[in-house]
Design a binder for this molecule. Structure first.
Ligand code: GTP
Ligand code: MG
Ligand code: NA
Length: 469
């Protein structure tokens, strides 16, 4: 058998942190792209996956003269949003990764979603490295006062961090050290030991901090090398390639010319064009056949529109766009399964629907309760969890994922005859179709008329409420 060290898959690395700490910019810096400036409001709203082949990592880290050879074929990096409303995406991203980068803005220190991300990583025992980003900002602020002293700064573009540090003035170094000490203290308050990575003698016990700049690239070589070295040193077993397909649906998207597609992360195994697959769907398991396996060009983003490379087969780990028929009701955040020649179709269908089952179990059996609708399974689960808490305690009679359609409003309206106050759709992060709005409006008016007839204005409840959360 192949020695496992020679048969490693690419580690999957998730970038997490508070909004605007520079996560996407760091990715841009590594791959030489400009994803961040193309984002609406500069805010990341979906998970992205980018593949860095080993030769690119070798090139970017050569100044560090690391003699340790790269044993992994590359690195699959997953970008997540930092905005507070995307807890579900952070959770999905972090559940997939082998290692993570926690990005902290040196000017802001630990922020609410830094701590949320930290807790997600700890919950899953995921190793991470802290990128203390925007280090150039410190220098830039100072540069207003000490322009001459920072004369050499420009020459450090993409340089290893120690080399950069040595070139900084005493003032800049003092400012940096003061901020670093504050941030190490903040981590301590969260129960974590952290230390600058080149001073860290006990990796594994103490988390490493790498100062970086996503604008000028300082520290990026260190970050890449540490990520790869650390994962291939401590995660050999986890990273040993195996044939069993392990694959998660990240997003369900309509792409012009391709219809409804799914973006997936293939964690292990191989996918082939023509494979029969099963994914979890709103109306039950979706059995379909892979029409095309697409990836962006290496070092390019899966999220960004552009030309795709077609593949006959793809080996893990990789971010892939899959086109196939019948994916319209696929649910993001669930598993993808391949049907092998020996497999029993019904068994796999059942396994594929497991994710959905736990959610279905939360529905009130009495049939009385509100309807809940969300964009993804993850956010739906979070909402159901919230409604179940003793302080809230609202029963749920129906759930749905995706836009609110007319049929959803009609379903919720049924409650008008049972319990008026439950004739409600709680909608989170979903579109409401014009037809659905119209239908809701009609039901609302009809009910008001009904109330009027009874002349019991005091009792008038507002039925069939559509609450956009
Ligand atoms: P979300 O995905 O929305 O959570 O944000 P993000 O963490 O991906 O941050 P993003 O890459 O969108 O960067 C936010 C802002 O910070 C942008 O204006 C960047 O140009 C700026 N920025 C990012 N990295 C650096 C850095 O190293 N130095 C400086 N000076 N600015 C940076
Ligand atoms: Mg971003
Ligand atoms: Na941003």
């Amino acid at each position: 058998p192949e020695k496992s060290e020679d048969n490693l898959r690419s580690p999957i690395c998730c970038i997490m942190g508070h909004v605007d700490t520079g996560k996407t910019k760091l990715l841009d810096c590594i791959q030489g792209t400009n994803v961040q400036e193309g984002e609406a409001g500069g805010i990341t709203q979906q998970i992205g996956a980018t593949y860095f082949p080993a030769e690119n990592i070798r090139e970017r880290t050569k100044e560090l003269k690391a003699d340790a050879k790269l044993k992994v074929p590359g690195l699959l990096v997953i970008d997540t949003p930092g905005h507070e409303s995307f807890t579900n995406l952070r959770s999905r991203g972090s559940s997939l990764c082998d290692i993570a980068i926690l990005v902290v803005d040196i000017m802001h220190g630990l922020e609410p979603q830094t701590i949320e991300s930290l807790n997600l990583l700890r919950m899953r025992n995921t190793e991470f490295i802290v990128a203390l980003n925007k280090c150039n900002s410190v220098v830039l602020i100072f540069s207003n006062f000490h322009l001459d002293r920072l004369y050499g700064w420009k020459n450090s573009r993409n340089a290893p961090i120690l080399k950069t540090m040595k070139q900084q003035s005493k003032d800049v170094q003092n400012e940096f050290n003061m901020r670093l000490t504050q941030i190490i203290t903040q981590f301590k308050e969260q129960g974590l030991n952290t230390e600058l990575y080149y001073k860290n003698r006990e990796m594994g016990e103490t988390y490493s901090i790498i100062p970086t700049s996503a604008i000028s690239g300082e520290g990026v070589p260190d970050l890449l090398l540490l990520l790869v070295q650390w994962s291939q040193k401590t995660m050999v077993e986890k990273l040993t390639y195996n044939n069993e397909v392990q694959c998660t649906v990240l997003e369900v998207k309509v792409v012009e010319g391709h219809g409804t597609t799914i973006d997936v992360v293939l964690v292990n195994g191989v996918l082939h064009e023509g494979d029969q697959i099963i994914v979890c769907g709103m109306q039950g398991p979706i059995v379909t056949t892979i029409r095309a396996l697409l990836t962006p060009h290496p070092m390019k983003e899966l999220r960004v529109k552009g030309t795709y490379l077609h593949h006959k087969q793809i080996k893990a780990a990789q971010g892939i766009k899959i086109t196939a028929q019948g994916l319209e009701h696929a649910i993001a955040g669930t598993g993808l399964y391949v049907v092998g020649p020996q497999d029993d179709l019904d068994d796999i269908k059942e396994v594929a629907m497991e994710d959905m089952k736990s959610v279905m179990n939360r529905i009130d059996k009495s049939g009385e309760g509100v309807c809940v609708q969300a964009s993804t399974l993850g956010s739906l689960e979070a909402l159901l969890e919230f409604l179940k808490t003793p302080e809230v305690n609202i029963p749920v009679s129906g759930i749905s994922i995706g836009p609110v359609h007319k049929k959803d409003v009609m379903k919720a309206s049924v409650m008008l005859e049972k319990k008026k106050e439950f004739a409600t759709i709680l909608a989170f992060d979903v579109k409401v179709t014009p037809e659905a709005r119209m239908n809701w409006f009609k039901a609302y008016i009809d009910n008001l008329k009904e109330q009027k007839k009874k002349e019991s204005a005091d009792e008038a409840v507002f039925p069939c409420v559509l609450k956009i959360l």
